[in-house]
Unconditional design. Structure first.
Ligand SMILES: Cc1cc2nc3c(=O)[nH]c(=O)nc-3n(C[C@H](O)[C@H](O)[C@H](O)COP(=O)(O)OP(=O)(O)OC[C@H]3O[C@@H](n4cnc5c(N)ncnc54)[C@H](O)[C@@H]3O)c2cc1C
Ligand SMILES: Cc1cc2nc3c(=O)[nH]c(=O)nc-3n(C[C@H](O)[C@H](O)[C@H](O)COP(=O)(O)OP(=O)(O)OC[C@H]3O[C@@H](n4cnc5c(N)ncnc54)[C@H](O)[C@@H]3O)c2cc1C
Ligand code: SF4
Ligand code: SF4
Ligand code: FES
Lengths: 497, 297
């Protein structure tokens, strides 16, 4: 599917010239109710893979933009990990200057089409928005998505402004094509480096392609971002597994700089009996089959089980994506089993809410203790125990503890384990000089440089499973640091006596 | 993009493809595999690197066409292309430097044994290969293995070499004594039978496991196998393991996960094109196979 065939009409450039409106008073702005994101009906969407959120119309976006108070001290910017100049792009949008809004946004954020859709806004920019104090925050994420989609549909802010690739005659290798790698590639290409991305899979995008499903982040959007990078001169070498096809020391020898952004891709299992029965998937496997390999489409060569009663273990975005995917593949019942309560759900609020609307059942304060199977070792159910929240643990969250005698069974024919991921030792095992911590994550200094000079790292392989925007922030910071390292600024010319 | 340079039929359902893959040819070691992906919509297929030519920058794959994806692959003609070849993956075989080794290959497993036998010969280890097939035409790679040492061929129907299974020949060879190590690759029941023969004798036995894989890099856990009671990922911890420690029953069981899908895929392939009606038919068939009575049985 190309962008032009996208089922949801993307906002197009307005041909008419915009007549400036008289500015609203602060009081008038305060009276505008937050614009709700139009979405597909819950019953319909639970049976298709099209995007749930339909996007704001230009009119709605401009109305929501009016709600921003243009605070002299915009807290919202402090809430954004990459410090998007939020009031600035919103002001352009409010004035109907889409190109100006796009230019402003793209200057701060390399993948706004993505972050506008997947950022946990309610814990970041929108949490600290002044308007959240007295009511509902400005819909920053929704506006970001609108402007970003406009830019994509109108080819605004594409590679044109980039300097010639290789203008500096210096080469950079980027390992991994997730948000961290893509952002670093864009920043470095912009500064004139000859950039090559090495990606283990046959397609670029990292979690954006294989993990987050189509109904939340359409793949043609990610592809368009990747295409833009390629147009700007970035080379992508797919099927290149660093640690196997090439080692890190080999890359280090061939390139002036290296940025490692391989994510935290190793699935964690529950370590309970029955986990190898047929019908038990890691979320990684389940989502990769469905998203990357296209198994949601029955004519794809890669199969995936269509569970009728599906249990997903976990409470994060990965768990929500898995359970909603199962619904869309025809599950009559789809249940989340999560060991803490609804307040502790790590998923974006919108995803948990959408999942609920789509009929997902939530078993809170519940932990699995055994997967049950029949004589042919097909899953028939999952044995769980109820939990109570005890003393706070290291993370400050109250530790769930099993309640004795509360065991019960949930019948099911498929289980998806979405309880987290760990670092994959494939790359680090071939680079003994690279310092890693006790969990296998790469250690960096405040600029993102590792213990190997000229080798930087960022994203989930440094932080542990985190977010898209933090990975992008790392990519940007490492790119700047690498630029300073590889092309130190010329010493200012001394005034001649 | 990789080009098919040779497409040669070795037995009624086994084909050898030689493809260009410069980097993999340079660094591959015995026991390693690649993941091949024909193009959009295709499956990722793990295949052992059976041989390679460093100078020419080519590798050879020996493929048994048992399902839709392998059937598609062996039909790529000379000059045709394969979109993606990723690797080399997996741990290289741990090989001894001296002694006497038996290499047992069943069916297409013979192709996995070949690079091992070649390297053993290179190291000066005495190699005897025991290979087998249903009948004469199913025995593959005999001349290549002969270049590495003695070869005992077996056919189930006795049409060539020794009549009977390779395990019969193995039993005799073990009875003669002096065997330091055994490498066995073939259908799971064969590898299990070999491990059962060598276990009481305490002869070290390495087998190569072929669980279902997706990424081949440790990221999905789909290839998990149980070794000595612990979960291992065959793609990164293997694919070779101590045959005496493998839970073969679980492997056989997990390999059957997608059986109905595989049958539909093959039938659909017979129908040639993938029209909308096809898609609907497959969807209906899949739904029928996954009724509440139990998933995909
Ligand atoms: C299902 C799911 C849903 C999520 N939802 C959200 C959300 O709504 N909002 C949010 O902010 N975050 C979400 N996250 C988390 C977010 O996606 C990650 O934090 C982010 O993608 C990390 O980016 P990264 O660039 O570090 O790594 P990744 O996106 O993981 O990309 C790493 C890339 O490196 C490649 N690679 C790995 N090893 C090698 C190697 N040895 N050689 C070459 N290439 C290699 C991988 O194939 C992959 O393409 C979600 C994650 C998942 C799995
Ligand atoms: C490390 C490794 C090395 C291998 N080397 C060779 C080789 O050198 N030559 C060879 O002919 N075969 C080899 N195989 C097996 C080969 O990958 C499968 O036969 C092939 O994927 C089947 O695909 P299909 O669509 O043609 O068949 P299907 O009809 O899909 O399946 C037939 C059988 O193959 C198995 N299978 C299906 N999908 C996969 C998958 N993605 N990964 C692994 N097994 C699967 C299933 O058990 C199934 O019963 C190897 C497998 C592994 C894991
Ligand atoms: S990038 Fe994320 S946190 Fe920053 S402004 Fe956009 S939606 Fe908010
Ligand atoms: S804090 Fe809220 S109201 Fe203030 S500038 Fe930011 S988005 Fe606008
Ligand atoms: S194939 Fe995915 S972990 Fe081994």
């Amino acid at each position: 599917m190309t962008l032009s065939e996208h089922p949801i009409p993307l906002p197009a450039a307005d041909a008419e010239t915009v007549t400036p409106k008289p500015p609203l008073s602060k009081k008038e702005r305060m009276q505008i109710q937050r614009v709700e994101m139009p979405e597909q009906d819950a019953i319909l969407r639970a049976a298709n893979f099209r995007e749930v959120n339909l996007g704001l119309t230009e009119q709605l976006a401009m109305l929501e933009a009016e709600r921003c108070l243009e605070c002299p001290k915009p807290y919202c910017i402090d809430g954004c990990p990459v410090r998007v100049n939020i009031p600035n792009f919103i002001r352009h949008l409010r004035d109907g200057d889409m190109a100006g809004a796009a230019a402003s946004l793209l200057d701060d954020n390399a993948l706004p089409c993505v972050t506008g859709r997947v950022c946990p806004q309610e814990t970041q920019c929108e949490k600290v928005c002044l308007r959240a104090k007295t009511g509902r925050s400005v819909g920053i994420g929704n506006l970001e998505r609108f402007v970003a989609d406009w830019a994509l549909a109108n080819h605004a802010g594409s590679g044109a402004s980039m300097s010639q690739p290789d203008a500096l005659g210096k080469t950079v290798a980027i390992v991994g094509s997730g948000p961290a790698g893509l952002t670093a590639a864009k920043e470095l290409a912009k500064r004139g480096y000859d950039v090559t991305i090495f990606e283990a899979f046959h397609a670029a995008g990292g979690v954006l392609i294989y993990g987050i499903p189509e109904f939340r982040l359409p793949k043609d959007i990610v592809q368009a971002e990747v295409d833009r990078l390629v147009e700007s001169g970035v080379k992508i070498q797919a099927n290149a597994i660093i640690g196997k096809t090439y080692t890190l020391p080999e890359l280090r020898a061939q390139f002036d700089g290296v940025f490692i952004a391989v994510g935290a891709g190793l699935p964690v299992f529950m370590n309970v009996p029955g986990e190898n029965f047929k019908g038990v998937y890691s979320a990684n496997e389940y989502l990769t089959r469905v998203n990357l390999m296209g198994a949601w489409n029955p004519v794809s060569d890669t199969p995936v089980l269509h569970g009728q009663r599906v249990v997903v273990v976990g409470g994060g975005n990965v768990a929500m994506d898995s359970v909603r995917t199962a619904k869309r593949l025809g599950a009559a019942s789809a249940t989340i089993v999560y060991r803490r309560g609804p307040e502790e759900l790590p998923a974006r609020a919108e995803e948990a809410h959408h999942a609920e609307q789509e009929g997902v059942i939530f078993e809170y304060l519940t932990a699995p203790i055994e997967v049950l199977g029949d004589e042919n070792r097909w899953v028939t159910g999952i044995r769980c125990v109820r939990m109570a929240l005890g003393e706070p643990d290291d993370s400050g969250r109250r530790r769930p503890e099993p309640i004795e005698g509360s065991e019960f069974e949930v019948p099911c024919d498929m289980v998806v384990v979405a309880i987290g991921t760990k670092s994959n030792p494939l790359l680090t095992a071939t680079a003994p000089e690279l310092e890693i911590n006790k969990w296998g994550y790469i250690v960096t200094d405040e600029n993102g440089m590792t213990s190997m000079p000229g080798v930087f790292a960022g994203g989930d392989i440094v932080r542990g499973a985190a977010t898209v925007i933090l990975a992008m922030g790392d990519g940007k910071r490492a790119a700047m640091a690498m630029h300073a390292y590889l092309t130190p600024p010329e010493p200012a010319e001394l005034p001649t006596a | 993009m990789h080009h098919v340079l040779v497409n040669e039929r070795l037995s009624p359902n086994v084909t050898r493809l030689v493809i260009d893959a410069q980097r993999i040819a340079e660094i591959r070691q015995p026991g390693q595999f690649v993941i091949v992906h024909l193009g959009p919509g295709a499956e990722r297929i793990p295949l052992t690197i059976a041989d390679g030519d460093r100078e020419a920058g080519t590798i050879s794959l020996v493929i048994q066409a048992i399902g839709k994806s392998t059937a598609d692959l062996v039909e790529v003609p000379v000059g045709g292309t394969i979109a993606d070849v990723a690797g080399p993956l997996g741990r290289p075989t741990e090989l001894p430097d001296h002694g006497r080794v038996l290499c047992v290959g069943g069916g297409v497993g013979t192709a996995v044994i070949l690079p091992i036998a070649q390297e053993l010969k290179h190291r000066g280890v005495a190699v005897t290969s025991i290979i087998g097939g249903r009948s004469r035409e199913w025995v593959i790679l005999e001349p290549d293995l002969r270049a590495c040492g003695e070869v005992i061929t077996c056919t189930d129907d006795g049409s060539y070499g020794r009549p009977g299974f390779v395990t019969e020949a193995l039993k005799d060879a073990l009875a003669e004594g002096g065997i330091d190590e055994v490498f066995a690759v073939g259908p799971v029941p064969m590898m299990r039978a070999v491990a059962n023969l060598t276990r009481p004798l305490g002869v070290k036995t390495t087998v190569s496991l072929n669980p279902i894989m997706v990424d081949g890099t440790g990221m999905c856990g789909g290839c998990r196998v149980t070794i000595n009671g612990a979960i291992k990922y065959a793609c990164v911890d293997g694919p070779e393991f101590d045959g005496h420690a493998v839970d073969f029953a679980e492997l056989v069981d997990r390999l059957s996960t997608y059986r109905p899908f595989e049958q539909f895929a093959l039938e659909r392939r017979g129908a040639c094109s993938t029209t909308a009606e096809d898609a609907a038919a497959v969807a209906a068939a899949v739904a029928a196979a996954t009724t509440p009575a139990g998933a995909a049985r």
